[in-house]
Every structure is written in C-alpha cells, then in structure tokens.
Design a protein around this ligand. Structure first.
Ligand SMILES: NC(=O)c1ccc[n+]([C@@H]2O[C@H](COP(=O)([O-])OP(=O)(O)OC[C@H]3O[C@@H](n4cnc5c(N)ncnc54)[C@H](OP(=O)(O)O)[C@@H]3O)[C@@H](O)[C@H]2O)c1
Length: 312
C-alpha cells in the first residue's frame, strides 16, 4: 500500500481507503464489518470514511465495535451537518448542533476523538465563522484532529479557508466531492483551487456506486443483492453511451493488466491533489480487489489516453 499526505497536513493516508456508507445495511452486519476491518489492516489500508447519518448511525456504531483496540492503526473520518432528528437544531453547522453531534459520534464510536471531522455540506443558515470557530475549539481541546469540508462550492471553500487564516483558526485540510471517471465537474473549479491552496481532494462515489466495476452489463441481468438493483444513482449510469465508454475503459485496463475497478481508482489517484480514494465496500472481496489499485501509477501519457477514451 502507498500513502500520501492529507493536503498540507503531516498525516499520511493509504491511497485506497474504505467508504462505509453501507455498513449496517441489512446485508452488511457486524460480522462482515469485522472481517472487512481485519482485511483492511492486513492490506495496509488506514483510511476509513463514515458519517453520523450513514444507516441511521449504525455505520459509526459498527465501526466503533470493529475498531476497539485498533484506533492507532486507523484514520477515521466522520461528518456532521445533516439532519438526525425532528428538533430545530438536530442538523446544521451551528455551534449548538456541532457540539451535540460530536458527542453523538463519540458515543456510537466508543471513542474520545475523531481524526477528520467533515462539515457534510454548506449551511446557508449559519455564518461560516461560527462553524469554523467551533471546529477550531474542537481541534484545540483534542476532540478532533483535522477538519474538512464536503460538497462545498469552490468559493465556499476559498472563503472559509481565508477566514480561518485571518482569524488564525484551523482550516480545512481536505474536501470531499463527487468525482469519478464519468463525473468530472470538480475539475472546473475545485481541483484548481485545491492545487492553489494545497487542500486534499477525497473523491466520493469513486466507482459510480459500482457501475465502474463492470458488474453491470447491458446484456446481463443486474446481479441480485447489488446496489444497482435498487439505487437510482447507479441506474442513471446504465445508458448505452455509458456502457460503450465502460467497454472501452475495460479493454484499456485489461491491456494494461488490470480490471476496470482498478482503473477507476488509479485514474483518480493520478489527478492533482487526490490523497486517497474511499471506494465503498460491502464484502472483503471488494476491499481486496480495490486495494491493488493503490499500487498502479498511471503515467501522464496513460492518464491522457484514458481522457481520450472519455471523449476529452
Ligand atoms: N460526502 C458525501 O456527500 C458523500 C456522498 C456519497 C458517498 N460518500 C462517501 O464515499 C464513499 C464511497 O461511495 P459509495 O460507497 O457510495 O460508492 P462507490 O465507492 O462508487 O461504490 C461502492 C459500491 O460498489 C460496489 N463495489 C465496490 N467495489 C467493488 C468491486 N471490487 N467489485 C464489485 N463491486 C464493487 C459495492 O456495491 P454493492 O452494494 O453492489 O456490493 C459498493 O457498495 C461512501 O461509502 C461514503 O463514505 C460521501
């Protein structure tokens, strides 16, 4: 496994991490989570990504059980901001909600610190100064180690980090954005901004929810129990145009001795500022198949060849 710095920070993350938004779903019980964490440890994966809202908190709860006694081996990211209850302050990025949310995550994780704490998305109703000041306090009292943003527009991240610099507060070391071979809006403003201010990019949905693994084929039934059977997000990629691109990507990956899921991850790792790719997994085999992509470094010419296949 290779490791990269998280933006300007000193901490190093495995280039392949694990997205855990399915941990706690019906087909991903505690025993499977335990197995996946054991496999991650064996493969040198240290970066795990969750959120307080994933599976109504069960992702955090199960990670808490699986990581008992292993916290020093893993770098765990979680998130706050989305609504977790019916009350007027059961969501958002206010001081009030953040301080409640962080305690909720500690309870579920059975831990007293969070390695990376994300604002899950921008909150129009809270001044960003209030959010940053609160996060700064959490870092300085040891409850949180690094802070990050998710789903921010470039201007929002630029404004937040400039305010943090002016006030001498902790700033966002990373941003999590929707980014994969078939979804490249982040390249317009987020990527250049992150290059300019050295913020790490953590792409989410790196496999387009599974479409970029090649498990869905136009002439075959959708595999039973897979996400594509029910997820409109995955189904929206199942167009004739996307299947044509997928076939080209699959053939190109095969010519280079790899599978297309590895290409999806290695291509993201070839993009500027990308520190780690958090492919989601529901079984150990996914983690093993995805981890190998971390060893594959595309040359500049190869990266361009892939862009050519995408029609750039
Ligand atoms: N910040 C945000 O707003 C945000 C939004 C979305 C996601 N995220 C984060 O990003 C992470 C990754 O996103 P994601 O898990 O939704 O999507 P993803 O990584 O694009 O796709 C993951 C899915 O692909 C399938 N899969 C993975 N590896 C496979 C392999 N080698 N072979 C065959 N199938 C494979 C599995 O689906 P099956 O279920 O079919 O087994 C898995 O659940 C999440 O877990 C979460 O931590 C963040």
């Amino acid at each position: 496994m290779k490791y990269r710095h998280l933006g300007k920070s000193g901490v190093k993350l495995s280039t392949v991490g694990i997205g855990t938004n399915r941990f706690g779903a019906e087909h991903v019980p505690q025993a499977k989570v335990d197995e996946m964490i054991a496999a991650a440890l064996e493969l040198g994966i240290n970066h795990l990504d969750t959120a307080n809202v994933y599976q109504d908190g069960r992702s955090e709860t199960m990670l808490g059980k699986a990581l008992k006694g292993k916290w020093d081996k893993f770098f765990l990211a979680t998130k706050f901001r989305h609504t977790v209850g019916p009350g007027p302050n059961d969501g958002g990025a206010s001081r009030f909600h953040i301080l409640n949310a962080v305690e909720g995550s500690f309870q579920r994780l059975q831990n007293d610190h969070i390695d990376l704490y994300y604002v899950h998305s921008w909150d129009d109703n809270t001044p960003i100064e209030e959010t940053l000041d609160t996060l700064n306090d959490l870092v300085h009292n040891g409850k949180v180690r690094y802070i990050a943003a998710s789903n921010f527009a470039a201007w929002q991240l630029a404004r937040a980090n400039l305010l943090a610099e002016m006030h001498k507060w902790e700033s966002f070391v990373a941003i999590q954005e929707h980014y994969h071979l078939l979804e490249r809006k982040a390249e317009q403003e987020i990527v250049p901004l992150c290059q300019a201010i050295n913020v790490a990019i953590i792409p989410y949905f790196p496999l387009a929810g599974g479409f970029l693994t090649g498990k869905y084929q136009p002439d075959q039934p959708i595999p039973a129990g897979s996400r594509g059977a029910s997820s409109p997000y995955v189904q929206k990629y199942m167009t004739p145009e996307n299947f044509t691109v997928l076939a080209k990507l699959t053939a190109w990956a095969k010519d280079h001795g790899h599978a297309v899921n590895e290409l999806a991850i290695a291509w993201l790792l070839a993009q500027p500022q990308v520190a780690s790719v958090i492919s989601g997994a529901t079984r150990v085999e996914h983690i093993q198949a995805n981890a190998s992509a971390g060893e594959w470094e595309l040359s500049k010419a190869e990266e361009q060849e892939v862009r050519d296949l995408l029609g750039d």
